[in-house]
Design a protein around this ligand. Structure first.
Ligand SMILES: [Zn+2]
Ligand SMILES: [Zn+2]
Length: 381
C-alpha cells in the first residue's frame, strides 16, 4: 500500500503555511473523529493518517525533511536524527507527547514500555494483609499463607498458544501494544484492545488458560516474618505476585503487617509500657512486685517506699527487638496505686487510726494545700 501525500491528506497545498496546515488538520480531525464515525471503519484509518501527516508537517524540521525526501525521510531510521519508525505508520509519533505519557502512564504501563521484541505484560503486585499478635511480633514467625493469585499455565508453559505454537504480531497495533486516538486536540495513548498490550495475538489459544498463559490458583507461600515488625511494616517478596500474561515477569507480593493491640502491653517503637496496680500499703511501704514480660516470662521490680501513682520504673531490654538489628527496647512499668475498697470494719478502724497519725507526713498534699491557701489569700487582697 503506497502512502498518500501528507499535504493531500490534510487537504492543503504544498506551499501551505503552518497556520493553513493547522486549520486543515483541525477540519479533518473533526470530520474523521472516531466518536462521530462509529459506523465508518474507513474513517478511523483516515483519522490516523491525518494525525500522522500533522505530526510531521507541524514540525519545521520534519516538514523540511519530508519536503526533500518524501515518506522515505521517516522510514528505517533515515532523516535528520529521527528515531527509526516504530511500525505505526513510520512517523516519529511519540515525541510531542511522550513526556506527558511518561508522567501519566509511566507507572502502570510498567513493563510494557520501551523497545521492540517481547512485550509480555508483568503480572500484578499483590497485597496480603497479615494480622499477628504482639508476641509473634516479638519473636518473629514462620507462617504459611494462602494467596489467591495467577500462576503460569502448565499446559502451554505460559505462552498461551495451544501446543506451544508461536504467537503472531497483532494486526491492530502492529506489535506496538498500544494505540493512539485523538480526543479533541490531545493524542491519547491506550493499551491495544486486541492484544491487551502484548503486541502479539494467538490464533489457537491454549484451552487450559484461554490464551492468557496463566491460571487462577491459590498458592501456599511460606513466609518469614522477622522479629520486631510493627503495624505498617511492609514485607516485599519479589516475584511472588501474579504471573505475567503469556510468560511475562511476575509481580511482587507485599505483606502488610498489622500487630494487634495487647491486653497488657502498649508499644511505642521498641519500648513497651505496662500499667501495674499496686496496693496503697505496698506503695507506701515499698516492696517487690512481679510483672509479666512480653517473652512470656516474669520480671521482678523493687518498688521504693513512698511511690506515687504514675511512677515509672524501667526493666532494661525487656521491650521489643528492633526490626533491623540494633538491640532491644526497654519495658516501662507504670504504677497505679489503688485505693482499697470494700473495707472490713477492722480495716476501717486501722485506717482511721492511720489517718489520725498522718496529719503532717504527706508531702504532695502539703504543698497543694499551701498553694490553695495563698491562692485564697490573694483573692481577698
Ligand atoms: Zn495455557
Ligand atoms: Zn495489539
Amino acid at each position: 500500500m503506497s502512502k498518500r501525500d501528507f499535504y493531500d491528506v490534510l487537504g492543503v497545498s504544498k506551499g501551505a503555511s503552518s497556520d493553513e496546515i493547522k486549520k486543515g488538520y483541525r477540519k479533518k480531525a473533526k470530520e474523521l473523529h472516531p466518536d462521530r464515525n462509529s459506523d465508518n471503519p474507513e474513517a478511523e484509518s483516515q483519522f490516523k493518517e491525518a494525525n500522522e501527516a500533522y505530526e510531521i508537517l507541524k514540525d519545521a524540521e520534519k516538514k523540511a525533511a519530508y519536503d526533500r525526501f518524501g515518506h522515505a525521510a521517516f522510514e528505517s531510521g533515515m532523516g535528520g536524527g529521527q528515531r527509526p519508525g516504530q511500525g505505526y505508520g513510520g512517523g516519529d509519533f511519540s515525541s510531542a507527547f511522550s513526556d506527558v505519557f511518561d508522567d501519566l502512564f509511566g507507572d502502570f504501563m510498567g513493563g510494557q514500555r520501551g523497545g521492540g521484541g517481547r512485550r509480555a505484560a508483568r503480572g500484578a503486585d499483590l497485597r496480603y494483609n497479615l494480622r499477628i499478635t504482639m508476641e509473634d511480633a516479638y519473636s518473629g514467625l514462620q507462617k504459611t499463607i494462602n494467596v489467591p493469585t495467577a500462576v503460569a499455565c502448565s499446559a502451554c508453559d505460559g505462552n498461551g498458544a495451544e501446543g506451544g505454537a508461536e504467537p503472531s504480531t497483532c494486526p491492530t497495533c502492529s506489535g506496538m501494544g498500544k494505540v493512539r486516538a485523538q480526543q479533541g486536540f490531545f493524542t491519547v495513548e491506550r493499551t491495544c484492545p486486541t492484544c491487551s498490550g502484548l503486541g502479539q495475538i494467538i490464533k489457537n489459544p491454549c484451552k487450559s488458560c484461554g490464551g492468557q498463559g496463566r491460571v487462577e490458583k491459590d498458592r501456599a507461600l511460606n513466609v518469614n516474618i522477622p522479629a520486631g515488625v510493627e503495624t505498617g511494616t511492609r514485607i516485599r517478596l519479589a516475584g511472588e505476585g501474579e504471573a505475567g500474561m503469556r510468560g511475562g515477569p511476575p509481580g511482587d507480593l507485599y505483606i502488610f503487617v498489622e500487630v494487634q493491640a495487647h491486653e497488657l502491653f502498649e508499644r511505642d517503637g521498641t519500648n513497651l509500657y505496662c500499667r501495674v496496680p499496686v496496693s496503697m500499703s505496698k506503695a507506701a511501704l515499698g516492696g517487690a512486685i512481679e510483672v509479666p514480660t512480653i517473652d512470656g516470662g516474669r520480671g521482678r521490680v523493687q518498688i521504693p517506699a513512698g511511690s506515687q501513682s504514675g511512677r515509672q520504673m524501667r526493666l532494661r531490654s525487656k521491650g521489643m527487638p528492633a526490626l533491623r538489628g540494633g538491640g532491644t527496647g526497654d519495658m516501662f512499668i507504670e504504677l497505679a496505686v489503688e485505693t482499697p475498697v470494700n473495707l472490713t470494719s477492722r480495716q476501717k478502724e486501722l485506717l482511721k487510726e492511720f489517718e489520725d497519725l498522718s496529719e503532717d507526713n504527706n508531702p504532695e498534699s502539703h504543698s497543694f494545700f499551701s498553694s490553695v491557701k495563698s491562692f485564697w489569700d490573694g483573692m481577698k487582697g
